[in-house]
Design a protein around this ligand. Structure first.
Ligand SMILES: Nc1ncnc2c1ncn2[C@@H]1O[C@H](COP(=O)(O)OP(=O)(O)O)[C@@H](O)[C@H]1O
Ligand SMILES: [Mg+2]
Length: 385
């Protein structure tokens, strides 16, 4: 096991070095002097992150934000242009991936198709002339991976389903007894049902091993399910690190706020006036701590999670029109999608409340549960992180 420290990691790619056109191109924020002006992509723009010994860290963010590049730098498959990676305080510069004691699981499994699962698991030991270790190691891995895993061992990857291949890929990591597990979107080739089953299996494994792990995904639900803590990335930077509760209750900005939660937080553009937030004819009285957080007239976003926005019993203030009603039986609730003052908002209503498309409604937020963000930078005006 190991503590992983990432310090000031910066990485860019010249566009010409890459044969394909990619989305999400960015200019460097600080081009170095003397270098010729070549168009390049900054994949990581000063990343600091500590992953504690035995912790599972999820790294989540939209496609192209630098997650895979960060993981490849942790693994040693890529060297940073600036900054460093330390394992238990030891600078890993120049240490090749095979000497870092890592197990990696990728989206595409990378199993050898011509070998059965058993040989795929044993390859690492055969390469090191430690064949005698294969039977006990594979036996142990099979016990961990569940009763039916041994039936997979004699089969070749092309005859296995996506979920089964992924289990073999995980098994292949386990047998090596790594000090660090690295996952890069391991479930994204699986269908929804298999994805949630396999997710639970992997999490169970990680609970059992307590091996330091980094789990990369673009999926918020997966990040929450897998990570003890979550690092949210955007455009080559880490915006916020914390437990799901930290991120959900105290999002650093509108990006994090709208990233977690389904449906996403309502963000209403407007400004403060007196004791209230105003957007057109919509007026929402604010509690004192929010009022104090912004100047009168300053552009802001008012954040209201759908679970904190309800339909008012009596018509009051600005009225909206119900566009869609979405039933959520598991939560005994319904999400009510409303158009109001040119905004699209989502509110929650009791499952028994008779509500239909086209109904005119007014809204009532829970005052203590409101958020306020700067209208220009998007920063949370309440948290002081
Ligand atoms: N080898 C490469 N050459 C050029 N650009 C790259 C290379 N690898 C990644 N990039 C670019 O760096 C950015 C981050 O990529 P990546 O780390 O793969 O993002 P993510 O995994 O979050 O989708 C993207 O804009 C991508 O196009
Ligand atoms: Mg990626």
């Amino acid at each position: 096991m190991a503590e992983i420290r990432i310090e000031g990691v910066y990485k860019r790619f010249t566009k010409t070095s890459f044969p394909f056109r990619r989305r999400g191109k960015r200019k460097a924020s600080s081009p170095e002097r003397g270098e010729e002006a070549e168009p390049y992509i900054v994949a990581l723009d000063g990343v600091d992150l500590t992953i504690r010994d035995g912790e599972v860290m999820s790294i989540v963010g939209p496609s192209g934000c630098g997650k895979s590049t960060l993981l490849r730098i942790i693994a040693g498959l890529e060297e940073p242009d600036r900054g460093r990676v330390l394992y238990d305080g030891r600078d890993m510069k120049g240490v090749p991936p095979r000497d870092r004691g890592i197990g990696m699981v990728f989206q595409d499994y990378a199993l050898y198709p011509h070998w059965d699962a058993y040989d795929n698991l044993g390859f690492f030991f055969r390469l090191r002339k430690r064949e005698h270790e294969i039977p006990p190691r594979v036996k142990e891995a099979a016990e961990i991976l569940g009763v039916d895993f041994k039936y997979l061992l004699s089969r070749k990857p092309p005859t296995l389903s996506g979920g089964e291949q992924q289990r073999v890929a995980v098994g292949r990591c386990i047998v090596r007894d790594p000090q660090l597990f690295l996952f890069d979107e391991p479930l994204s080739n699986l269908d929804a049902k298999l994805r949630s089953d396999t997710r639970v299996q992997i999490r169970r494994l990680l609970n059992r091993f307590r091996v330091t792990s980094v789990y990369v995904t673009h999926d918020q639900a997966e990040a929450v399910a897998m990570g003890d803590r979550i690092a949210v990335m955007r455009e080559g930077r880490i915006i916020q690190v914390g437990t799901f509760r930290d991120l959900y209750d105290r999002p650093a900005d509108t990006f994090v706020a709208s990233f977690f939660g389904t449906p996403a937080m309502n963000l209403l553009p407007g400004h403060l006036e007196g004791d209230a937030f105003l957007h057109g004819s919509l007026r929402i009285t604010l509690p004192r701590h929010l009022r104090a957080a912004a100047r009168a007239g300053q552009p802001v976003y008012l954040g209201i999670r759908p679970e904190h926005l309800h339909l008012a019993e009596e018509p009051q203030g600005a009225m909206g029109v119900v566009e869609v009603v979405e039933h959520v039986p598991s939560a005994r609730t319904q999400f009510v999608h409303i158009r109001l003052e040119g905004l699209r908002l989502v509110a929650t209503a009791d499952e028994n409340l008779p509500i239909h498309q086209g109904d005119r409604v007014s809204l009532q937020p829970t005052p203590e549960a409101l958020y306020l963000f700067d209208g220009i930078t998007g920063k949370n005006l309440i948290t002081t992180e």
